[in-house]
Design a protein. Structure first.
Lengths: 321, 298, 269
């Protein structure tokens, strides 16, 4: 038990460190002291802090929902986009952009897109009242591809440049906030936090599901209801993140695995650990993405570059076991 | 009697026979023109049917007076307005190859960047292609001359070049005489933030107009930059070369209020983005418009 | 204790159970036998409420299953599935601890009473020594004991098992059934075990239910069911039933086909 708390302490400290680093790194000179007196360095509050908060939120949501999906689908290869949700959300956001609907409606349309995708996936995957995991995955892949193509179509028709499409598909935390959109971001953050709390609330159900759906059912877990709740709640949170920052890859897949390696498979610990780790990973990736070159890199490239060697390492470890 | 008829027939036919070799002699003068990719393109007969796969090329062809020869344009070709009436062959990235073949063009004009796939496909279909690469003002002027040569309108091309060069010269002179050269941030798009660097076409126009580009050293012509770099750079003039955002929106961006350009109100959203970013006959106008933004009071 | 009345269940495309009536009294040890596809697993799942029958009902302690809350059913009935697919590498202890799920609220942490129940269950199944080992790293026999321990940790009144010794060697088969028998005798645990192995069923179970194509062909005392004529008809295979020379319990001997016997007689001296 003691070692567990220590791990969490470390994870929290890492996040704080990454956050401080994020606030200090940038073209304008900012020192650690300025963090305590932000009035001296307005760039901190206006530009770096919102970017940091977006990074923390996106990383936390993606990692925790990725872990939840891996648990619900009983599949270690699952990630937050496996049900096609991110494609649907990006499509909704792109339609809103193309119609010129303004910054408030973009995340709303993204959530709508995600819900439509989820509904489609459910309908496709339903077999006699149940939602078997393998058909869900298949339906998710189909839906994901369909909406990704639709997204390309919308982008092409609305005369967006390739570069914009790339940034939506690979993710970018460089959102330029206005005071209005900042309020929107705050509202979305609250909604996302609520979603994450609901996910964490189901930790024991996720543990029980690991024994098999029928066993979980026999233990009193309302399996179908739990699945639906988690899918909907995670999809809403993921849609919000995609609407703001595009679809950032790897964080949602890799982080829960690292959390399990550190703490064992119990979701009571894996979920919050994933939250902390995901936020840290994304914040660090964003620091690299905006400092390595004179131009901004899509942050998804950095997370993939960091994630691929780790995935290889995981495979090697599995092979030896 | 029959002999005379035959002889008369032969005599009548003679002029035809004489002129035919003469005409053949003219047609046999094959025109070989090197396009801006360095390919040598042969033209056996005069070009009557032209397809243009880029808006800037369309503008040039119209400026040279060859409107009648245009049989196909892209969906983006909106200037001059008459161009919109022409047959559409798709857009910049996804041309409708079947339609192009059906139009039986004598030449298809393409741009070097981003159309290599299309080039290969067109060549595979046996269409004659001519590639332009107008990245700088010099290359743009050269493209006028080359297009003029292909269309047999070299005189018009020369006139156009002179006209544009005169305008550019005026702008340069005006800039030279200015005491200060404002620091400019040129925004090509807002989500993500994209700017035109020193190596871009707009970058050169800014230089000609006498401005200093905040992102002069950008390694690529166009690139995504972070908001903080713009704020830290403290540009004196901001030019919005895209219709998505108005000057008012820029003022509302968090942290941008500290930028000198925003404080002094020198944020321009009324410059036509097509004029600024298309390397074509309106190049001179683009430089003029920039010059106006830089040196005339708001 | 638990009763199926007029139970009919169909999957998507096929009928699995038809008009099944079965009464299991408290403290009885039943074996559920029958050929492949006769509906044994389906019946088990209907009895613990995992599957909802299209017709008929299941009664638990006299009341319909539907009148109970899911948690209440889980506190009274525990199920050991045919195959355990653990998608996460929990420790044996953590797996057994999950058996306490029906007694805990969502955010409630396990109490001392829960940990005690886990230890008791693991000691009964002789896997307490494995408690810190990870579930993917122990043998099939050890894993099965952990799964049974998990079911026992639910402190159920009824234990349903779907082929609990399917992939185990004879030593482990005896181990598991000895344990079940002891639980039945000493604690009065009502047990219903699906079994392919007629000899295990004959050796240990008190009563048997023979299923054929979704119907209960016969149910009652094991000597009534383990009759060569009945078994031969249902399994479409000749058998001979003899008492075990060691325990006196009925055992079923397979009889190879005539040709096989004849060709042997021709060869052997």
């Amino acid at each position: 038990m003691k070692s567990r708390s220590l791990v969490f302490l470390w994870l929290f400290a890492l996040l704080i460190l990454a956050s401080c680093l994020s606030l200090v790194v940038g073209p304008t000179q900012v020192s650690l002291k300025d963090i305590l007196h932000p009035q001296e360095a307005p760039v901190l509050i206006t530009l770096r802090l919102p970017r940091l908060l977006l990074g923390i939120l996106a990383g936390a949501v993606l990692a925790m929902c990725g872990g939840a999906f891996q648990g619900v689908l009983r599949n270690p290869l699952a990630d937050p986009y496996i049900l096609g949700v991110s494609s649907g959300a990006a499509c909704g956001a792109a339609v809103a952009l193309a119609l010129g609907l303004g910054p408030v409606l973009i995340p709303v349309m993204a959530v709508a897109g995600a819900m439509i995708t989820l509904y489609l996936v459910y309908t496709l995957a339903r077999i006699g009242g149940r939602l078997p995991a393998d058909t869900l995955l298949l339906a998710g892949v189909i839906a994901g591809n369909f909406f990704a193509s639709l997204l390309m179509l919308v982008m092409a028709l609305s005369r967006r440049e390739l570069r914009e499409i790339v940034f939506i598909l690979l993710g970018n935390l460089g959102v330029v906030f206005t005071s209005k959109t900042l309020l929107l971001f705050e509202a979305m953050s609250l909604a996302a936090i609520a979603c994450l709390l609901v996910v964490w609330w189901h930790w024991r159900d996720l543990n029980a599901l690991a024994l098999g759906e029928e066993v979980a059912e026999s233990l009193g877990v309302a399996v179908d209801s739990v699945k639906k709740t988690l899918f909907v709640v995670c999809s809403v949170a993921i849609a919000g993140v995609v609407a703001l920052a595009g679809s950032i890859g790897f964080v949602g897949f890799v982080v829960p695995h690292i959390a399990r390696m550190l703490l064992g498979p119990n979701h009571r610990e894996v979920l919050p650990a994933s939250l902390l780790l995901g936020a840290t990973l994304l914040v660090l990736s964003d620091i690299l993405a905006r400092s390595i070159a004179p131009m901004e890199l899509p942050v998804g490239i950095v997370t993939s570059l960091l994630g691929v060697p780790f995935f290889v390492y995981l495979l090697q470890k599995r092979k030896r076991a | 009697m029959k002999g005379i008829g035959l002889f008369a027939g032969l005599v009548l036919l003679l002029p035809l026979g004489c002129s035919a070799p003469g005409r053949k002699a003219k047609e046999q003068a094959v025109l070989v023109i090197k396009d801006q990719l360095g390919r040598e393109v042969k033209f056996e007969r005069s070009v009557q049917r032209v397809v243009s796969l880029a808006p800037s090329i369309t503008e040039t062809v119209y400026a040279l007076g060859a409107e009648a020869k245009v049989v196909g344009v892209t969906t983006y070709c909106d200037y001059p307005p008459e161009a919109r009436q022409k047959e559409k062959v798709g857009d910049f990235f996804m041309p409708n190859l079947e339609k192009m073949v059906a139009l039986k063009p004598d030449v298809v004009f393409l741009i070097a960047t981003g159309q290599s796939q299309t080039l290969m496909k067109l060549e595979g279909l046996g269409l004659k292609t001519f590639v332009l690469n107008p990245e700088s003002s010099e290359q743009t002027l050269e493209s006028f001359r080359l297009i003029g040569k292909v269309l047999g309108l070299e005189n018009n091309a020369d006139l156009l070049c002179q006209e544009v060069q005169t305008t550019l010269g005026k702008v340069r002179d005006k800039a030279w005489g200015q005491p200060d050269h404002p620091l400019v941030y040129m925004e090509i798009d807002s989500a993500p933030l994209v700017t035109g660097g020193g190596k871009s076409f707009v970058g050169e126009l800014i230089r000609i107009a006498g401005g200093r580009n905040l992102f002069e050293d950008l390694p690529q012509p166009y690139g995504v930059i972070s908001a903080e770099k713009v704020v830290a750079g403290k540009p004196e003039v901001i030019i919005l070369a895209h219709p998505n955002v108005k000057a008012q929106d820029v003022k509302e961006r968090l942290g941008w209020g500290a930028i000198p350009a925003v404080k002094s109100g020198r944020v321009y959203d009324d410059l036509n983005p097509d004029v600024l970013t298309r390397p074509g006959p309106r190049m001179g106008k683009a430089a003029e418009v920039l010059s106006h933004a830089l040196y005339e009071s708001p | 204790m638990i009763e199926a009345r007029n139970l009919s269940f169909s999957y998507f495309d096929r009928k699995a159970l038809e008009d099944v009536d079965l009464v299991v009294k408290a403290g009885e040890f039943w074996g559920l036998i029958g050929p492949n596809g006769s509906g044994k697993s389906t019946l088990l799942k209907c009895l613990c409420g995992i599957l909802a029958p299209q017709k008929g009902e299941v009664l638990l302690e006299g009341k319909p299953l539907g009148s109970y809350r899911r948690r209440e059913i889980a506190q009274k009935i525990a199920m050991v599935p045919q195959e355990s697919a653990f998608s996460l590498n929990f420790t044996a202890y953590e797996v057994v601890l999950l058996g306490r799920t029906p007694y805990l609220e969502r955010m409630q942490l396990e109490r001392i009473s829960d940990h005690e129940a886990v230890q008791r269950a693991m000691e009964k199944t002789d896997c307490w020594g494995l408690r810190d080992r990870r579930i993917w790293e122990i043998s099939g026999g050890e894993r099965q004991r952990v799964v049974i321990a998990r079911a026992l940790a639910q402190t159920p009144r009824v234990l349903l098992l779907d082929e609990p010794t399917a992939h185990l060697d004879i030593a482990h088969q005896v181990e598991v059934y000895d344990l079940l028998s002891a639980l039945n005798r000493k604690e009065g645990l009502t047990i219903l075990a699906v079994s392919h192995d007629l000899n295990l069923a004959g050796e240990y179970c008190g009563r048997l239910a023979l299923l054929e194509q979704g119907r209960v062909r016969a149910a009652g005392g094991k000597r009534d069911i383990l009759a060569p004529g009945l078994l031969g008809e249902v399994y479409k295979q000749s058998v001979s039933v003899q008492d075990s020379p060691v325990t006196g319990e009925p055992h079923v001997f397979l009889v190879p086909n005539k040709q096989e016997i004849q060709s042997r007689e021709g060869k052997s001296p």
